[in-house]
Design a protein around this ligand. Structure first.
Ligand SMILES: [Ca+2]
Ligand SMILES: [Ca+2]
Ligand SMILES: [Ca+2]
Ligand SMILES: [Ca+2]
Length: 121
């Protein structure tokens, strides 16, 4: 995802940490203007689900350090508190698939879109 090239892996994973740090409660999802600017790839001043999903894919690639298509607990633990792993590994197979990660990120998007207009604004 070269469109996010200016966003370092550290920044990306830090943002994921921000998004997934807590249970799926709205108060656990906190965006600030800097985050929105990073995700707003088309410069409209808000973040659509499409932009968010593009970022999600990018972030997954960063976290999956060995690029085997699965995030292991150790890969996850590099960036985020290990306690959150089980909540994202919904099928309990010991790794976070891209699908599981996207489901978590989509839920986070919905939680953060408090007014339900489909944009983080
Ligand atoms: Ca936008
Ligand atoms: Ca991996
Ligand atoms: Ca899994
Ligand atoms: Ca909104």
């Amino acid at each position: 995802m070269t469109r996010f090239a200016p966003l370092s892996a550290i920044a990306a994973t830090g943002l994921v940490l921000c998004l997934t740090a807590g249970p799926l409660a709205a108060q656990s999802v906190q965006f600030n203007t800097g985050h929105l600017d990073m995700l707003d790839s088309d410069g409209t001043g808000d973040v659509s689900l499409g932009e968010f999903n593009a970022f999600s894919d990018y972030a997954y690639d960063q976290i999956d350090a060995d690029n085997d298509g699965a995030v292991s607990p150790s890969e996850y633990g590099v960036h985020m508190p290990a306690a959150g792993f089980g909540g994202i590994d919904t099928d309990g197979d010991g790794s976070i698939s891209h699908t599981e990660f996207t489901m978590q990120m989509t839920a986070d998007f919905a939680a953060a879109d408090a007014d339900g207009n489909g944009l983080l604004d």
